[in-house]
Unconditional design. Structure first.
Length: 256
């Protein structure tokens, strides 16, 4: 973390978990468990149908609600999809874009990620753009080039002033949901590399203002060490965000 230049952002990614009633209960539990949130932004990215209940439950707390996906077209014949206007009207502030599960199971590509980044920004919301290499790519030694391609295409056409609204989440695919966390050195190396790419595209001032999260089995135990790295400005948390005490512990680690 480097609070002098940028925000620390702790975001829960609930994936396909919790009904609206369960969402309300979990948020209330998080609110009761977490201490005073002073130094970081807290987000819960909930399933679409949970959004109204989540927004209501988050009222008065320093927790924002995010979505896990969006469609890039503004409206029309796209059965089963959800538009930016729909999310915005419900009070959504952040949208996860290009999560590896969307890339893997729902044919999300770097190009659709880029379109969605623009859609989210134009609607006045903030994208959390996910990038990450597979285990095979890491073993082949191509992590840096894979990440660079993903970042460059995701940001294609994004203006300098828009860049400040973007959060990048580095999520090595092999660490997601596996209990295998990247070491703080591995995570920091890639996050520093991402900041370097942003610097080459937008200059040093913008680069140092962008929050870059780590995601992949971040939990109550390893959060503090990961967050101690200068270029890791928070976390995108799956499994551990579904347990109030664990999520609260991660928030408290970011709040130190
Ligand atoms: P995990 O998921 O924390 O359960 O590994 C992270 C994510 O997919 O965003």
């Amino acid at each position: 973390m480097n609070r002098r230049y940028r925000k620390t952002v702790i975001a829960g990614n609930w994936k396909m978990n919790k009904t609206p009633a369960e969402a309300k209960a979990l948020i209330n539990e998080i609110k009761e468990t977490v201490g005073k949130v002073k130094w970081c932004d807290v987000i819960v990215c909930v399933p679409y149908v949970d959004i109204p209940a989540a927004v209501k439950a988050c009222k008065g707390a320093k927790i924002s609600v995010g979505a896990q996906n969006i469609h890039f077209e503004p409206k029309g014949a796209y059965t089963g999809e959800i538009s930016a206007d729909m999310l915005k009207e419900l009070g959504v502030k952040y949208v996860i874009v290009g999560h590896s599960e969307r890339r893997q199971y729902f044919a999300e590509t770097d190009e659709t990620v880029n379109k969605k980044v623009h859609t989210v920004l134009e609607a006045g919301m903030q994208p959390i753009v996910c990038v990450g290499e597979s285990l095979q790519q890491r073993e082949q030694g191509v992590t840096a080039s894979v990440i660079e391609t993903q970042v460059r295409i995701a940001l294609n056409g994004v203006a300098k002033e828009q860049m400040r609204k973007i959060i990048i989440a580095y999520e090595p695919i092999w660490a997601i949901g596996t209990g295998k966390t990247a070491t703080s050195e591995q995570a920091a190396e890639v996050c520093t590399g991402i900041r370097e790419i942003i610097r080459s595209l937008y200059g040093a001032r913008v680069a140092r203002s962008v929050s870059i999260q780590y995601g992949g089995s971040m939990n109550a135990k390893n959060a503090a060490e990961l967050l101690a790295q200068n270029d890791i400005d928070g976390g995108l948390i799956g499994g551990a965000s579904l347990k109030a005490p664990d999520f609260a512990a991660i928030i408290n680690a970011a709040n130190q």
